[in-house]
Write a protein that binds this ligand. Structure first.
Ligand code: GLN
Ligand code: ZN
Length: 743
């Protein structure tokens, strides 16, 4: 007996192959179109997506994977868990109010979705939240698809993960009430005739307490015991389900989806309760862009054949995190292109594997399965350099020695002032970059404009009275893509957009082979800036971990090896910056915490390679070169030792919003080097007053010694305008001088 789910994907991108949804919602937000036009665009995108998946040959097509902004927010609206303050006349306007805020109301908090670069809106759940089936999105999409002749499988975020992602007083205590709403939803979907529903529980790919596992068991026992309901597929992706697999297998759900890319196969066969279920084997990587080794994937799936009543093929996770279509890329070199698969290509892989698993591998399949995948670009020079590294390549002189040498060379005042790197990206800068891309501006003209911009930024900083200056990063489109474009071993795409949050998309570079640096990258800009002033200009680099975190990274070798290759390129760049007279160099690692694995058992290994790569990048610097690092956050928690381990001479962090609480944490962790807690919150257009900044600086100076305390904004200034930045920096300098005088 077959269950009838067959080959499928767990989710699909929704922003539109040409970011049509992004443009449509943004037009609606600024009042350039009405709701009907927006709804029509959305319906077209959904229809095209379903038809595409059906025509590609999937046995089961997911629906309700569309979203105007975020699927967690969709779920909050579905179950009536939306704070009353966002209520507007139309539901869509309430939805966007919660997502984006209004003039007088901040939006719901936005935060990272597991260990991906997607961000979701955090539901607010408290004892007073009245759950009810308040929306009908999964039902409406099911009907909409059926009207087009396509029977779909509605996908809904599972109730336990929804509550685990929420904030409030013990949201999980509300599980039984929430499950009532899911019961109602399943009954309604059954009445519509939906044969299957998929409930996603990715929170169980992370470590969970006994209580949380028990909650999972309780919720699915109740849902599965309903007698009139669609069949249930429960998935837990971004890693292995661990003990949650056994819990789910102990309920009467019909199918369980497992991530066999991020999690191991072993362990699955030892769960006897899977025997009467369908195992949805996620063997095609939903998160990365590499073509699947089909033979190996087939073998993995086949190895599970006796474990469950039926094994069907799928992606390891939703395909939300990969771009739509490799065929849309025209400029990728063939050696790289031949190794890639985006969402559309992954659907074909799933279909092919599904047929091969079901029908056996005859001649036709065999050819497709054995189509060779080229090896990555190999650079023996880099490999032998890496092989020859010893521990001393990751160590600098003791801090006391460095501090003395740097103090003597830089001769900075107490409480030195600086910024994090970027200055506002003005229309002129963007126009020049567009001109260079389109050919309207020659390289020489473009460089001239960038130099003029650097000149302006240096003069402004001198006038404001900052102590350590920056060149302003006008030449960078993005802090990772810029380096990817200048290093060998990376490719960039034209249309490889993936949703980061709401209408915001990113185009991650593809790190496909051995990485090396053909020539200096930032040196001409930094040395030009330094030639204009006697004050130190900070060289500005993006760190190896952040470069990996915001790229699609080759998966044929450990991440640590790849990180070390990037680190070597940065190490050479630092040496060249030093040779050009740069005395202070900042290596940004805002993503250090982002890549932290979901399971605690994997933290130590991650921190070892990530910290090691940063140290490899920076430890070649001379004792009197001051190395800074910048982190965009201040809730260090599990990574506090790692931050200390980076060994930077100065660490700048976000702190304005948390009112310097972080300093006490740093002190108790034994952190003794320079620190620059951000005193100006650049995430808001507000200009902080001199008094306000002075209070923060004074508070910080009671915790950190004056010659180790830096004064700087929270983060880079590229998203702000000069109208705010200039007065804010003037106030920052005035406040610092006031506190300095009182030291
Ligand atoms: N140097 C970068 C800038 O100022 C740092 C950005 C970041 O931390 N995200 O833009
Ligand atoms: Zn930052």
């Amino acid at each position: 007996m077959t269950s009838g789910i067959g080959a499928t994907v767990l989710g699909y991108p929704r922003i539109g192959p040409r970011r049509e949804l992004k443009r449509a919602v943004e037009r609606y937000w600024v009042g350039r179109t009405d709701q009907d036009a927006l709804l029509a665009t959305a319906a077209e995108l959904r229809a095209a997506g379903w038809a595409e998946l059906r025509d590609a040959g999937l046995d089961s097509v997911p629906s309700n994977t569309f979203s105007f902004y975020d699927h967690v927010l969709d779920t909050a609206f579905l179950v009536g868990a939306v704070p009353a303050r966002y209520r507007r006349e139309s539901e869509l306007d309430s939805y966007f109010a919660a997502a984006r805020g209004t003039d007088d109301l901040p939006p719901l908090e936005l935060t990272k979705w597991f260990d991906t670069n997607y961000h979701y809106l955090v539901p607010e759940i408290d004892p007073g939240t009245e759950f009810r089936l308040a929306g009908d999105k999964p039902l409406a999409e099911y009907r909409e698809a059926r009207a087009l002749g396509i029977t779909t499988r509605p996908v809904v975020l599972g109730p336990v993960t929804f509550l685990l992602l929420a904030k409030g007083t013990n949201p999980l205590a509300r599980l039984d009430d929430l499950v009532d709403v899911y019961v109602e939803l399943l009954v309604a979907l059954a009445a519509e005739g939906a044969p299957w529903v998929q409930l996603d529980e990715p929170a169980f790919a992370a470590d969970r307490s006994e209580d949380e596992l028990a909650a999972l068991g309780r919720a699915y026992t109740r849902l599965a015991d309903l007698h009139s309901r669609p069949k249930l597929l429960v998935t837990g992706y971004y890693g292995s389900l661990g003990p949650a697999l056994e819990v789910l297998a102990g309920t009467a759900v019909e199918a369980i989806g497992v991530d066999l890319v991020a999690g191991p196969v072993d362990g699955i066969a030892s769960v006897p309760a899977l025997r009467d279920k369908t195992l949805v084997a996620g063997v095609v990587d939903g998160r990365n862009v590499w073509r699947t080794d089909l033979r190996q994937a087939l073998a993995t799936a086949a190895s599970l054949l006796g474990t469950a009543e039926e094994v069907v093929l799928s992606t390891s996770s939703t395909l939300l995190h990969v771009p739509y279509d490799l065929d849309a890329e025209t400029a990728l070199e063939p050696g790289v292109r031949g190794r890639l698969a985006f969402a559309r290509q992954k659907v074909r892989e799933v279909v092919l594997l599904g047929q091969a698993l079901r029908d056996g591998v005859d001649g036709a399949w065999a050819d497709a399965l054995d189509e060779p995948i080229a090896a990555p670009r190999r650079d023996d020079a880099i490999r032998s350099r890496l092989a020859g590294l010893g521990p001393h390549h990751r160590d600098r002189a003791p801090y006391a020695e460095r501090a003395a040498a740097q103090d003597a060379r830089l001769a900075l005042p107490a409480l030195p002032t600086t910024t994090i790197g970027s200055f506002p990206q003005t229309t002129e800068i963007r126009t020049a970059r567009a001109g260079l891309r389109s050919g309207g501006l020659s390289r020489g003209e473009y460089d001239e404009r960038m130099r003029a911009e650097i000149g302006r930024v240096i003069a402004l900083q001198e006038d404001i009275g900052l102590d350590v200056l920056v060149h302003g990063e006008p030449e960078r489109n993005d802090m990772v893509q810029y380096f990817a474009e200048h290093l060998d071993g990376f490719a960039v795409t034209d249309l490889g957009w993936v949703q980061s949050y709401g209408s915001r998309c990113v185009r991650p570079p593809i790190l496909h082979g051995d990485v090396s640096r053909p020539e200096p990258i930032t040196v001409p800009w930094s040395s030009y800036a330094q030639s204009l002033t006697d004050r130190p200009v900070k060289g500005m680099l993006t760190g190896p971990v952040t470069i990996l975190a915001w790229s699609f990274v080759r998966d044929d070798q450990p991440l640590g090896e790849t990180a070390d290759q990037v680190a070597l390129a940065l190490r050479d760049e630092i040496a060249d910056l030093e040779a050009a007279g740069i005395r202070v160099i900042q290596v940004d690692e805002p993503a250090l915490r982002e890549l932290l694995p979901l399971r605690a058992a994997e933290h130590a290994a991650y921190l070892e390679w990530s910290v090691g790569a940063f140290r490899l990048a920076t430890a070649g610097a001379a004792t009197d070169t001051q190395i800074h690092t910048h982190l965009c956050y201040s809730e260090f928690g599990e990574v506090i030792d790692a931050i200390d381990g980076l060994g930077a001479d100065v660490t700048t962090i976000e702190a304005a919003r948390s009112k310097m609480e972080v300093l006490a944490d740093l002190r108790s962790a034994g952190f003794s080097r320079g620190v620059g807690p951000g005193v100006y919150d650049i995430h808001s257009p507000r200009v902080p007053a001199t008094d306000e900044v002075a209070d923060l600086v004074a508070a910080a100076s009671r915790v950190v010694a004056g010659n180790r305390l830096w004064v700087n904004p929270d983060c880079g200034l590229k998203t702000r305008g000069y109208a705010e930045v200039e007065p804010a920096l003037r106030n920052l300098v005035a406040a610092t001088r006031r506190v300095r005088d009182s030291l």
